[in-house]
Design a protein around this ligand. Sequence first.
Ligand SMILES: Nc1nc2c(ncn2[C@@H]2O[C@H](COP(=O)(O)OP(=O)(O)OP(=O)(O)O)[C@@H](O)[C@H]2O)c(=O)[nH]1
Ligand SMILES: [Zn+2]
Length: 316
Amino acid sequence: MTGKVYKSTGSWYTVKTELGKAYECRIKGKFRIQGIKSTNPIAVGDIVDFDLETHNNEDTGVIHKIHDRKNVIVRKSVNLSKQTHVIASNLDMVFLMITINNPPTLTSFIDRFLVTAEAYSIKTILLFNKIDAYDKETLDEVRYLAHIYREIGYECIGVSAKTGKNVDKVKALMEGKVSMFSGHSGVGKSTLVNAIEPALNLKTKEISSQHMQGQHTTTFAEMYDLSFNASIVDTPGIKGFGVVDMDKEEVGDYFPEIFKLKQDCKFNNCLHVKEPKCAVKAALDNDEIAFSRYRSYLQIIEGEEEHYRTDNWDND
Ligand SMILES: Nc1nc2c(ncn2[C@@H]2O[C@H](COP(=O)(O)OP(=O)(O)OP(=O)(O)O)[C@@H](O)[C@H]2O)c(=O)[nH]1
Ligand SMILES: [Zn+2]
């Protein structure tokens, strides 16, 4: 049988078949995926093959194969820093929720997030939330930012989780897909998910109260099917995803507007910093590349990893 992993609690995995039946599954023996140094061999979102075993009239599954992953999001394992922990796999998109104030979302955060999502090959859609609460000046800032990111190719939507404005547009994008919501604490992720699917709120609340009782010491991701043929991955306690390690030379490839220009630079290993005849700097001078984006690019290649990790992660 083949199914999708919806939940993992360490040794047991909840796997749902295409017909919608869920089975509790274990892994057979020393199951390892080639090439992935991970503390968890199977993650939420994985497509797996399993066989059924019947004990005391109860069917449980034994997973013997994992299908190739389209993408993964990982975090460094807490205990073994060299190893990674796969949070989820096979995501179709991530919605990055942004607020201009309450709390402020800086462009450096947005850009680091986007670089990471590009590196993971996960499509990102930018949601500017709380537009019901903004004055004219703040709305202008939303328009300005949306313009910058649309030019690069990112879809941007102004929403209000509170009044429901444009929530239907978000739902339409989610149809038939697996999504995740990300963003700083307080941007309105829970409020939006609740507006999208009120029934889900209960479920996630139940889970977090279990955590409070200390039944789990680690937080696990979980996938939920929604009522309109869409799924979301909820990652309690994890409000974003960590940065992947990348070489300086690679960073520009994850800024789509820089990547497009790099073939026009004189040097094919151009880092677009001090090199002569650099197409990226020429574009910057002509206002074809946003200065805030270029500044974020410089910050990343100059390496501010430490700071970056702390503002991207929230392990409370
Ligand atoms: N005015 C306004 N307030 C909003 C909107 N969406 C959320 N809020 C408020 O913002 C606050 C934070 O919302 P949450 O949904 O808890 O934010 P969150 O991103 O889930 O926060 P964490 O759980 O800490 O990650 C709450 O007081 C919400 O009522 C919105 O569209 N407009
Ligand atoms: Zn260059």
